[in-house]
Design a binder for this molecule. Structure first.
Ligand SMILES: *Cc1c(COP(=O)(O)O)cnc(C)c1O
Length: 357
């Protein structure tokens, strides 16, 4: 098979060694003669996987002891609801920074048990920027943000620091750059953007939030339920947790966040430079808010779309189609995307320029 350069927005690419070892575990896990997906999740071998995965999250992200790390289910979409339930306080109100489609969905969930307030929104410009000109008042229990807007290609560069508890959907840029965990009360992330296969959702939360909610929480949505049982209250999704663990091992081995952050900047700088240097392409996100994970752009001349798409297919470039709400193209470059693949895409962009520019 020729190499396919997979720029898909998610589920994400993973390093080859992760695919290989995951595949092996399905047939024969740890030389046990049994499959990873048929053994008890309470077996010593699987408990070791869960514990290593949680430990790697702590090590790589530098998670302080006062925080819990959990691998749960339901995707980030259930995280919207879980965050609201667990953070509701005396105001029964969450404040939301509405920076995209996911943020909007998160805000909606708060209204199932409380009130949702839009603190600021960038919907006036089809979410092409991150609002910065807002103030928070003491009428909200928590402030919810989306660190990276996967669809629109914008990313928060500087997080709110203040007295109001901060919740963050970090699905599409967790493990891509250094963050100060202490700035947050609750972080959640669906695995399939930058951590592993779909099916598990990572939660990192301050232990002091447990038991403090002003609303009754259904058992499975109460983060304390899962913390009390070391993330094993019920059967965990063993395969995505195992593959995530392998991917985190890989990340640690190649140099952790300090290495990958530089690498991700190098990759996104390369493509943004090509967009800015060429009259054929136009970036859709506000320059200072540009994401290093998802690069969104359009062709200035629609008549070239067909030629460009054909060139992409010939170069084995996959997944570059933009989301329907933005149009154009989106190059998603998660951690495992090699620099060489980005370079190949940029060469195709240059080639189009030479042909038509
Ligand atoms: C993909 C995505 C989601 C939805 O994740 P699911 O795990 O499919 O529920 C939520 N937020 C962001 C930022 C995303 O990129």
């Amino acid at each position: 098979m020729p190499k396919v350069h997979n720029f898909s927005a998610g589920p994400c690419i993973l390093p080859n060694e992760v695919f290989e070892k995951s595949a092996e575990s399905i047939l024969n896990f740890n030389e046990s003669g049994l499959s990873l997906i048929e053994i008890s999740h309470r077996s010593t071998d699987f408990v070791a996987v869960m514990e290593e995965a949680r430990k790697l999250v702590r090590e790589i992200l530098n998670v302080p002891d006062e925080y819990e790390v959990l691998f749960l289910q339901g995707g980030a979409s259930l995280g919207f609801l879980t965050a609201a339930y667990n953070l509701m306080g005396s105001h029964k109100t969450g404040g939301y920074l509405v920076t995209g489609a996911w943020a909007k969905k998160a805000a909606k969930e708060a209204s199932f048990m409380g009130t949702s307030i839009t603190i600021a929104s960038s919907e006036d410009k089809n979410f092409n920027y991150i609002p910065k000109d807002y103030t928070l008042e003491n009428n909200i229990d928590y402030f919810h943000v989306t660190s990276n807007n996967t669809i629109f290609g914008t990313q928060i560069k500087k997080f709110y620091k203040g007295d109001i508890p901060l919740a963050c959907d970090m699905s599409s840029d967790i493990f891509s750059r250094k963050v100060n965990i202490e700035d947050f009360d609750l972080i959640y992330a669906g695995a399939q953007k930058n951590m592993g296969p779909a099916g598990t959702t990572l939660y990192i939360c301050k232990k002091e939030i447990f038991g403090k909610s002003s609303v009754p929480i259904p058992t499975m949505l109460d983060l304390k339920t899962h913390s009390d049982k070391d993330s094993m209250f019920n059967t965990p999704p063993v395969f995505p947790i195992y593959a995530s663990m392998l991917n985190l091992r890989w990340l640690k081995k190649i140099g952790g966040l300090s290495f990958i952050e530089k690498q991700n900047e190098k990759k996104s700088d390369l493509i943004y430079k090509q967009i800015d240097d060429s009259s054929l392409f136009r970036g859709t996100a506000n320059i200072e808010d540009r994401s290093s994970m998802n690069v969104t752009f359009t062709l200035t001349n629609d008549a070239l779309n067909e030629t460009f798409n054909k060139m992409l297919v010939e170069a084995n470039i996959n997944g570059l189609k933009g989301h329907r709400s933005v149009g154009g193209f989106r190059a998603s470059m998660y951690n495992a995307m090699p620099y060489e693949s980005v370079n190949i895409l940029v060469e195709i962009m240059r080639e189009l320029e030479n042909k038509k520019g």
